[in-house]
Design a protein around this ligand. Structure first.
Ligand code: ADP
Ligand code: MG
Length: 410
């Protein structure tokens, strides 16, 4: 008998639920698409393209709408002999400066053998190279800067849209499509950048549960075999999605998680229980990611609290956590923070939902103090803290805990 056998029960095409899947049609974005399409129309007319600025929270279809329309634009532009269109799609995640964006763009236009180093040139030199590459192209160039809010200075957002007006380009017409997940990004742009980059602004509002249901149905039809989904599954995923942030990505992820859990359980259908289980698992993953993202001292404070929790010492005051925190910091060869700073870390942990806090009254003297305890299962927190545990050493309270796998996620 084969060790691996193909599953035929749940998924027809699981990849349709993945991040990189592009649906053929977008559901429920007619108005935004109409505005967006109108902004791109000059390209087909052979006119100078508009700059477009899209904004809205994550998972509301900005990237999907862009890929959808630009795919059609590329196809339709090819039917006209006098249009030569190049589309550069750049995700700015990880690119924090105009310099990095500019070198990236230069390299996109250059052949593999002719790439420039991403450090070491003066910015003005990189711009000159960029204008040269762009102008060599000679047609219409659309540059998509997705997740543009990662760029910390706005030099390139000023330079690119104005390159032609500033006499840097003669033969090529450039249009910029900026996409931002961050509302404040737009407000913080300088007026001169705003007036050119944000010529055409399109806001993508969050989805409500009805929108999400339609999006999930479209995806489910591709991803799952018929009759696999129990009737309550899509409404439940949509309700959670609408409650969280109106984010289609999260709802699709939840549906996929539920599908995976059903498949692992060798169930013939996906039930609402699978969705609930999936949500717990995803939330857990998010929290563990949150813990891993804390600073070293945040980790040390949390480790001190966890060991006190295991010993039954919680709820506990900040000053009673302190001796252990100080010891752990020394073991990790770090200078302990002053009490106030240490308390700031406890407040941060509280805000993240990892720790809960109770105000107590001092009694007749009238003062108040705070007591902290863990708001998550100890095992979960410890597994996210595995690096700190290795650095500090396994505390005696942890040694006896059989179900913690500290080697697992280092
Ligand atoms: P954003 O770029 O705004 O963060 P995305 O475009 O990446 O969001 O959308 C997140 C996910 O949801 C993608 O898988 C996308 O295909 C899907 N999606 C978003 N909006 C729609 C829609 N209107 N119709 C179909 N799928 C959508
Ligand atoms: Mg996006």
């Amino acid at each position: 008998m084969a060790l691996f056998e193909r599953d035929y029960d749940i998924y027809r095409e699981r990849d349709a639920l993945r991040e990189d899947y592009q649906p053929d049609e977008l559901v429920g974005r007619d108005e935004e698409l109409r505005t967006y399409k109108a902004a791109l129309q000059p390209v087909i007319n052979g006119e100078q393209p508009n700059n477009v600025f899209l904004y809205g929270k994550t998972g509301v279809g900005k990237t999907a709408a862009t890929r959808y329309l630009l795919g059609h634009l590329r196809e339709d532009a090819a039917k006209y002999d006098d249009i030569s269109l190049s589309i550069q799609f750049l995700n700015c995640d990880g690119l924090t400066s105009s310099y990095q964006v500019a070198t990236h763009l230069v390299n996109e236009f250059r052949s593999e053998h002719d790439q420039i180093s991403t450090t070491g040139y003066p910015l003005a030199t990189v711009y000159d190279m960029l204008w040269e590459e762009l102008d060599d192209y000679g047609g219409t160039v659309l540059i998509v800067l997705d997740e543009i809010d990662n760029i910390e200075d706005d030099s390139i957002l000023y330079q690119l849209p104005r390159a032609r007006a500033n006499g840097k380009l003669d033969d090529t017409q450039v249009g910029i499509i900026g996409i931002s997940n961050d509302f404040s990004f737009r407000d913080d742009l300088s007026p001169k950048v705003k007036s050119s980059l944000c010529e055409n602004e399109i806001h993508f509002p969050a989805y409500d549960a009805e929108d999400l249901k339609a999006i999930l149905r479209q995806r489910a039809d591709v991803a799952f075999y018929e009759d696999v989904l129990e009737p309550g599954v899509i409404p439940l995923c949509a309700a959670y999605g609408a409650k969280d942030a109106g984010d289609a990505r999260q709802s699709i992820d939840l549906l996929m998680k539920a599908g995976d859990i059903a498949r692992d359980a060798e169930s013939e259908t996906i039930t609402e229980d699978h969705v609930e289980e999936g949500r717990t698992a995803l939330e857990r993953g998010r929290i563990e990611e949150g813990i891993r993202g804390l600073t070293e001292h945040g980790h040390l404070v949390l480790y001190s609290l966890v060991t006190n929790e295991i010993e039954g010492e919680t709820p506990i005051r900040s000053r009673d956590i302190r001796p252990r925190y100080t010891r752990f910091a020394r073991l990790a060869e770090r200078d302990p923070l002053v009490p106030r700073r240490m308390r700031d870390h406890l407040s941060e942990l509280t805000m993240l939902g990892i720790v809960s806090v109770t105000e107590r009254n001092e009694g007749r003297r009238g003062g108040t103090y705070r007591e902290y305890e863990l708001d998550l299962p100890v095992e979960q927190v410890l597994s996210a803290l595995s690096e700190t545990v290795q650095l500090v050493g396994v505390h005696e309270s942890v040694v006896d805990m059989a179900d913690v796998d500290l080697a697992a996620s280092s």
